[in-house]
Write a protein of this length. Structure first.
Length: 565
């Protein structure tokens, strides 16, 4: 960036910090960030914010962003998650190039530095059980109690740590703790555990190790080894920053990255915890990590959200220092704005009602011209078949309508989109139930294209599909996964977030009628079903079964909210 382009950005305080660092030539003017996910689950949209921030800053300042997997807990980590994370980052439009790293790359170095800490008298092997360590940490108002093993000799600590590495002890029998200050007002500084025994095979190192470093110890050293300049993390790590700095001061690797915290993304009507998302998956509340109701990147990708919309959303919400909940309506608004410009228009009838046009020639099919996207002048038009029998939406017809009902009803005219003006003349019902089975109409052949040459006004326009040239489809309507704006608020002895799951988060419609061209639609490609919303073909589709997901409805609640502010 040029000096003129460097301005104070009120929506992103981290940019302002970097601007100042570049101006003072700190880090020789370099910017190196990283995105360090733990591969213990699929990424969610909160991670998307971090991805856009870290990779975006690197792009903005001609720097680098590393993708580094924090793979220090082999019990919960899977190669499946690693590959999914790579796919998510690429889908969002970012590339780490040659800068792909794993915390496990540094296991030998981390072990070597731990030995150095022991030799300096700044780490010791503690033989308290996990519960005892928790009990002796103290409280926010009371200091912790020093471990009886805190003053083991350097020689004894080195011997025990080596034996831990050799697998001589069972899990939980010993840990390595940093020796800092059990009276520190910061609980993270009260002799935190930096190594524990885990006799679990690692996906990259196999059975070489049976002791694994903890996150707080690993993360800062990994940052320093990679030459990270700005270690950007979410606000819950603010209290961990003194430990981050303490470790780097003791090991002295010649690089001390600056940790900067920002508010994580909290989205209304959803949860942003991998642990809770895993409960949804394992409990069968959703069909998997990529269920379109999930806030995972895989889920929103399958639902039909676009990477452009996600990046726009992350830019709009900015980077704040205080936690807050972002209205999910803003996310949906960003999706609509993006799709409105690029999604082709088609006609689809979700709850079909047959209409027979009595005076239209039997067996005749004519092609009417329809716009592909009125917002894209280069999108052109398509030809849609029209015939004697068509389907319309069931709620576009009322036998006894209220005064302001401007759709189809007996004795009134309505315009069929791109085709003709028709008038309802007859209603056919089931004799036993009274259910409307079909509607009969007549059409005015002089109104092709929907306009009346005599200038008469027809207020209603409805969409339709030809009964002879359409496909049957299953359409899945997705709504908020939870009924509460903040599902976490009820997590107490009386219930959990699972009690707030929306029973209508998924509504499946069978027998929908869609334009025949959609049979060849690509999986994930978005279309606007006129007057209905945005939809895309789902991966569950087969040659025998066509499935479409609703991405978002046309109603834009965020625009209304914004206009009323």
């Amino acid at each position: 960036m040029t000096e003129k382009e460097r301005v104070v950005d009120s929506s992103n305080f981290i940019r302002n910090i970097i601007e100042e660092d570049i101006s003072s030539n700190k880090n020789d003017g370099k910017v190196v960030t990283r995105f360090p996910p733990e591969p213990n689950g699929y990424l969610h949209i909160g991670h998307a914010k971090s991805i856009c921030l870290n990779f975006g800053l690197a792009q903005r300042y001609n720097g680098k962003c590393h993708l580094r997997f924090d793979d220090t807990n082999p019990e919960t980590e899977k190669v499946e998650y690693i590959e999914a994370i790579k796919e998510d980052v690429k889908w969002l439009g970012f590339d780490w190039g040659d800068n792909l790293f794993y915390a496990s790359d540094y296991f030998d170095k981390l072990y070597e530095l731990a030995i150095d800490l022991i030799k300096q008298g700044k780490a010791y092997v503690c033989s308290l059980e996990a519960d005892q360590i928790r009990e002796t940490r103290g409280t926010l108002t009371e200091p912790g109690i020093e471990s009886p093993y805190r003053y083991r000799s350097v020689e004894e600590n080195l011997e025990l740590f080596e034996r831990m590495r050799q697998g001589e002890f069972p899990e939980g029998s010993h840990v390595l703790r940093a020796k800092i200050d059990m009276a520190s007002p910061n609980m993270n500084m009260r002799d935190p555990v930096i190594y524990r025994i885990k006799k679990v095979s690692h996906h990259r190192t196999g059975d070489k190790w049976c002791i694994y470093p903890m996150y707080d110890y690993t993360h800062c050293i990994s940052d320093a080894l990679e030459g990270i300049t700005h270690s950007i993390c979410t606000l819950e790590f603010e209290d961990h920053r003194p430990l981050y700095d303490w470790v780097l001061e003791q090991v002295d690797l010649g690089c001390h990255p600056q940790q900067i915290e920002f508010a994580r993304l909290n989205l209304s009507y959803t949860v942003m915890s991998k642990r809770k998302l895993l409960r949804l998956v394992e409990g069968g509340y959703v069909s998997g990590w990529d269920d379109p109701r999930m806030p995972t990147i895989a889920g929103i990708r399958r639902r039909g959200y676009t990477p452009e919309a996600i990046r726009d959303f992350c830019e709009r919400i900015g980077v704040a220092k205080n936690n807050s909940i972002v209205d999910i309506a803003l996310l949906e608004h960003c999706v609509r704005e993006d799709l409105n410009q690029k999604a082709p228009r088609v006609m689809g009838v979700l709850e079909p009602l047959k209409v027979v046009i009595e005076n239209y020639p039997e067996g005749q099919v004519e092609m009417v011209e329809a716009l592909n996207n009125p917002n894209d002048p280069d999108s052109g038009t398509r030809m849609v078949p029209f015939s004697r029998e068509i389907y319309i939406e069931r709620d576009d017809f009322m036998e006894d309508p209220p005064k302001k009902f401007h759709r189809m009803s007996p004795g009134k005219e309505v315009r069929l989109r791109y085709a003709y003006i028709v008038e309802c003349t007859k209603v056919v019902k089931d004799e036993q139930t009274g259910e409307i089975l079909e509607v009969h109409c007549t059409y005015d052949p002089e109104t092709r294209g929907g306009a009346a040459p005599d200038g008469r006004k027809v207020r209603g326009t409805i969409h339709w599909v030809s009964a002879a040239d359409c496909i049957d489809a299953e359409v899945r309507l997705y709504n908020n996964l939870f009924t509460k704006e903040n599902p976490d608020e009820v997590e107490d002895e009386e219930g959990t977030f699972l009690d707030n799951i929306n029973p209508e988060s998924l509504v499946v419609l069978k027998g929908c009628k869609l334009e025949k061209s959609l049979l060849e639609a690509e999986i994930g490609k978005a279309y606007q079903f006129e007057r209905q919303g945005y939809f895309c073909k789902d991966k569950d589709s087969t040659e025998e079964r066509t499935v479409f997901n609703r991405i978002v409805p046309l109603k834009d609640s965020w625009a209304k909210i914004a206009s009323n502010k």
